[in-house]
Structure formats: structure tokens, C-alpha cells
Design a protein around this ligand. Structure first.
Ligand SMILES: Cc1cc2nc3c(=O)[nH]c(=O)nc-3n(C[C@H](O)[C@H](O)[C@H](O)COP(=O)(O)OP(=O)(O)OC[C@H]3O[C@@H](n4cnc5c(N)ncnc54)[C@H](O)[C@@H]3O)c2cc1C
Length: 339
């Protein structure tokens, strides 16, 4: 039996641990339930928020509408060719549990993306990435429900238009589709490990024997655990801002003023700046205002020390944005979805 719950606290459903309420709430466990909900009058007559693992959103107030939690589960696989396998997971599968499952089967490609919070269905929305690897590198295709027509469409890599923490689903397709399942092509034997990051290399040196995809995952997990706060202990949403991209000319000007500027040259005379460094230079690392704060080890991560309201975290983010602009004339954009 389908029914909508009323006045539901979203605290258990967002990693910032913000106690905002949803006026209406529905949890969809299957494609049929998703199709059912988009066909209802409640859906048509209300603003709707789709919820995966809630690890990339800041709820700035109560949600006066319908929250739909996507909880479709299940995985399947088929042999792709001699060395590869095609693996598909439903949108509501937990991302890290899925990565761990692929590693247990000795399938390679996702190991550098270990321990990223959230669900499989949301991972392509922002093309999650970490330690030199992005989701798009192993991506094959996804299926998404078109909310207007109720039909399920297939998206290959080109149609997804992946970019840095970006995809079609954050641009033209925003609000029009819901991802229902994602497929990856993974290696079965000839694994290509990505160990370019110095921190991964140092962690691997402490593990005797040959490098394996499982060891790379172990290295990534230990680095992440040492650097990033665990949302189960301190509410947070990972990197709050994107690393800003500026012109090479602007980066050179800044480098003259600030020789320690952390910058990565890109193609097309562009340069990516480390947002965490910019924020730290403005004195925010470890800063705290009530229960809203900036993590003591990583200035890019805003945290909820207990009972911060979403609007307090948003106000702190605004303060940081203004300070970075005043000092460096660089605009920070949030990576987190502000709701
Ligand atoms: C400690 C920590 C570390 C992190 N590290 C990284 C990192 O290294 N790299 C990285 O890329 N990200 C990182 N993140 C961000 C986050 O893990 C990813 O953005 C993740 O993909 C979000 O998944 P989610 O299911 O929690 O999304 P949610 O927060 O539930 O949703 C995010 C957005 O997607 C929409 N949405 C949800 N489900 C769907 C769907 N099925 N189809 C379409 N739209 C949907 C929502 O409406 C919302 O707008 C980190 C977060 C935390 C808390």
C-alpha cells in the first residue's frame, strides 16, 4: 500500500545532520513505486525534493513540499569480454558498499572512489571523483526516469555530458530526470591502478607485496579517514565549495602576490585553484560560530558540531565566500546543493 508520511524529520537522511522537516515524505523502493509517485496529484501539486544518501545537500529550512527518498536496490552483472565485466546497480544502493562488492569480486576501476558517501544513482549526477579518478572513467550507461513522460530513457557517456563535478543532470536535465540505475565496465584481470597521488604512494609503501586494486582501496580509505570528518561523528557534506577555475593570467597575478598559492594548470589557459587554501588564508580553518564551523584539518569542509540550523551553515558559507572574494577577487561556488 502506498502512502505519504507527514511532517517527517530529515535529520537521519542528511549527512549534515540538519533537523529540517518535510511536510510530505515518500520512500520509493522500486521503479514501479517511482512511477506511481510521479503519477499522483500530490506530486503534481507540490514542489519535490529527491533524496539519495543526503550527503551533498544543505537543508536551509523546512521543506514545504514532498520529499521522495530513492531506495531502489539490487545489482546484476554479465561478462562483457575476455577481460571485462558489465556491472549494474540500482540507484538506491550505497556507493561505498557497491565499490566494496566490486572489489570482493576482484573487478577493477572504482577502487579510488572508495568511501565516498552517497548512493549509486547520485554518483553520475555530479560525476563523483577522487584521487585522480572520476566516475566517468568506468561509466558505461545509466537509465533515468523522465518525469514529464514517465518513460525510462538510456543515457550513454556522451549524452551524460560529464564535466568536473558536473553532468547533463546538473545542467539542461536538472529536475527533469531521476537516475534509476547505473552500469559500469570494470576490468577482471588486467587492472590499471591509479597511484599518481603522492599520498596513495606513501600509503602503499607501508603495504608489503604487489600493488593490487584492493590495496589501492585500502590506501584511499586510510587517507580519507585521516583527513575527512566522518559524518556519523560530525555532520558535514564533504567539500562545501568547488575548486574555482580562473584564467592563467589571473593565477599568475595571484602567484606574484601569494607565492604559496596552490594552483593546478588546466587546458585552454585556465588554472584550478585549491579552494581550501584560499579559505585557510582568510583565517577560517578551525573557525566556529555556535554549532556551525569550518573543520580544523580541512578548511574546505563546513561542519555541524551538533545542533546548527541549515541557515547558520549557509550564513557561514556566505561569510567565507565574501572574505575570499575581498582578499583574492575569486568567486567560490558551492559544490553542495543548497535546498
Ligand atoms: C565526508 C564526505 C566526503 C565526500 N567526498 C567526496 C569526494 O571525494 N568526491 C565527490 O565527488 N563527492 C564527495 N562528497 C559528496 C557526495 O558524497 C557526493 O556528491 C554523492 O554523490 C552524493 O550522493 P547522495 O546520494 O548522498 O546525494 P544527495 O545529497 O541525496 O543528492 C544530491 C543531489 O542529487 C539529487 N538526486 C538524488 N538522487 C538522485 C537521482 N537518483 N537522480 C537524479 N538526481 C538525484 C538530489 O535532489 C540533490 O539535488 C563527499 C561527501 C561527504 C559527506
Amino acid at each position: 500500500m502506498h502512502f505519504f508520511k507527514e511532517n517527517v524529520s530529515l535529520k537521519p537522511y542528511n549527512t549534515f545532520g540538519i533537523d529540517a522537516k518535510a511536510r510530505l515524505f515518500y520512500e520509493a523502493h522500486s521503479l514501479e513505486e517511482l512511477q506511481w509517485v510521479v503519477d499522483t496529484e500530490v506530486f503534481s501539486n507540490n514542489q519535490v525534493l529527491w533524496l539519495g544518501g543526503g550527503s551533498n545537500m544543505l537543508l536551509t529550512k523546512d521543506f514545504d513540499g514532498l520529499v521522495v527518498k530513492i531506495s531502489l536496490t539490487g545489482k546484476r552483472h554479465e561478462v562483457w569480454d575476455e577481460d571485462r565485466v558489465l556491472v549494474t546497480a540500482q540507484a538506491g544502493e550505497n556507493w561505498h558498499a557497491f565499490v566494496s562488492y566490486t572489489l570482493e569480486q576482484n573487478w577493477g576501476g572504482l577502487e579510488n572512489l572508495s568511501l565516498i558517501p552517497g548512493n549509486v544513482g547520485t554518483a553520475p549526477v555530479q560525476n563523483i571523483g577522487a584521487y585522480g579518478v572520476e566516475l566517468k572513467d568506468s561509466f558505461y550507461q545509466l537509465k533515468a526516469l523522465h518525469l514529464k513522460t514517465g518513460s525510462v530513457e538510456v543515457f550513454d557517456k556522451a549524452r551524460c555530458a560529464f564535466g568536473y563535478r558536473d553532468s547533463f543532470f546538473k545542467q539542461k536535465g536538472k529536475g527533469a530526470y531521476i537516475v534509476t540505475e547505473v552500469s559500469f565496465v570494470l576490468s577482471r584481470q588486467n587492472h590499471q591502478v591509479h597511484t599518481e597521488y603522492g599520498a596513495i604512494q606513501s600509503a602503499l609503501l607501508k603495504m608489503p607485496g604487489q600493488v593490487s586494486i584492493q590495496k589501492v582501496a585500502k590506501a584511499v580509505i586510510s587517507i580519507r579517514q585521516s583527513k575527512l570528518p566522518d559524518p556519523a561523528e560530525i555532520g558535514n557534506s564533504g567539500s562545501f565549495f568547488k575548486n574555482p577555475v580562473v584564467s592563467e593570467e589571473k593565477a599568475n597575478d595571484l602567484k606574484q602576490q601569494y607565492p604559496n598559492l596552490v594552483a593546478f594548470p588546466l587546458a585552454n589557459a585556465q588554472t584550478k585553484l585549491a579552494a581550501g587554501w584560499l579559505i585557510e588564508q582568510c583565517g577560517f580553518k578551525g573557525y566556529r560560530k555556535g554549532d556551525a564551523g569550518v573543520h580544523a584539518k580541512q578548511a574546505l569542509v563546513l561542519v555541524n558540531y551538533g545542533n546548527a540550523r541549515g541557515e547558520e551553515i549557509a550564513a557561514l558559507a556566505g561569510e567565507i565566500k565574501r572574505a575570499v572574494f575581498a582578499k583574492f577577487a575569486v568567486v567560490l561556488e558551492p559544490e553542495v546543493n543548497m535546498i
